[in-house]
Unconditional design. Structure first.
Length: 277
């Protein structure tokens, strides 16, 4: 819940709502003789929560890795649309994609456990800093002025995600659910045009899942951030998504609104039906 007025935009995209922000066209990804993705394509619209679902091993995380530059698909194209034009991502390195405004979280928490919440969130500002993060934390000269400049946005992320009680605690000493919130916060500190969330509720109980779903909705509705969400909890997916794409054995078998996907016979057989057994 918002506790004060916000002065920093957490969404760096200037694309108008309803316009395409990402076009994935016939992506193919192979590891030796194993095909991870085959002819996968769909459009992500500015201002939407776009979920990607499918059974384990369907290729969901591989797709996010292609978008974020960790994997380079051998076939197809991925175009990110920004105010400066369309950017083809398939051969681009992760740090360049991050500079274009693509941020992500991972299935396994990727935080610096010996650093505090505040320090981890400041690391999320690194692509916008002229001086190094460590120099900024040391508080001297131009680096000190830079730290103050970026600290305001970080404080707003702390407020948005209700991390105030934990700001000076080492991340490794926090509960799992709070650590996942910190990871979401670090991605938000990038001021993303597109936020990739890879199973942000994995390993959580029902109460923790409800909290994370609320924070994702806050990020989406209050900050206007476009989200691609991978999540196994079908109730959450169908409740908060604007659009859902379904993968099975590396292929796209459905793409539509939650209501359309729920009634798709291929989806019921490949995924939803399997969940019932």
């Amino acid at each position: 819940m918002l506790t004060r007025a916000y002065h920093h935009a957490l969404n760096s995209s200037t694309i108008a709502p309803g316009e395409p922000v990402l076009d994935i066209v016939d992506i193919g990804l192979h590891f030796g003789g194993v095909t991870a993705l085959k002819d996968v394509g769909f459009r992500v619209t500015q201002g939407h929560i776009h979920s990607v679902i499918g059974p384990n091993g369907a290729g969901k995380s591989s797709l996010l890795n292609c978008i974020s530059g960790l994997y380079h698909p051998q076939e197809g194209s991925i175009h990110l649309h920004t105010a400066s034009g369309s950017h083809e991502l398939t051969a681009m390195q992760p740090h360049r994609i991050a500079r274009l405004g693509v941020a992500r979280s991972f299935q396994n928490i990727e935080l610096f456990t010996h650093l505090t919440v505040l320090e981890n969130l400041m690391l999320g500002r690194h692509v916008h800093m002229r001086h190094g993060v460590l120099a900024s934390m040391a508080w001297f000269g131009p680096a000190r002025r830079q730290e103050i400049e970026h600290r305001g946005l970080v404080e707003e992320v702390i407020d948005l995600l209700s991390l105030q009680p934990h700001r000076h605690k080492p991340v490794g000493a926090l509960a799992y659910g709070v650590q996942k919130r910190v990871e979401l916060g670090r991605a938000l500190c990038l001021q993303p045009a597109l936020l990739l969330l890879d199973e942000p509720m994995a390993g959580m109980n029902s109460e923790e899942k409800e909290d994370v779903a609320r924070y994702i909705l806050d990020v989406h509705e209050l900050a206007g951030v476009t989200v691609i969400l991978i999540e196994h909890d079908m109730a959450v997916v169908m409740d908060i998504s604007d659009r859902v794409s379904v993968l099975d054995f590396g292929r796209l078998i459905a793409d539509g609104t939650p209501d359309e996907v729920k009634t798709n016979s291929q989806v019921v057989e490949a995924y939803l039906g399997a969940e019932e057994h």
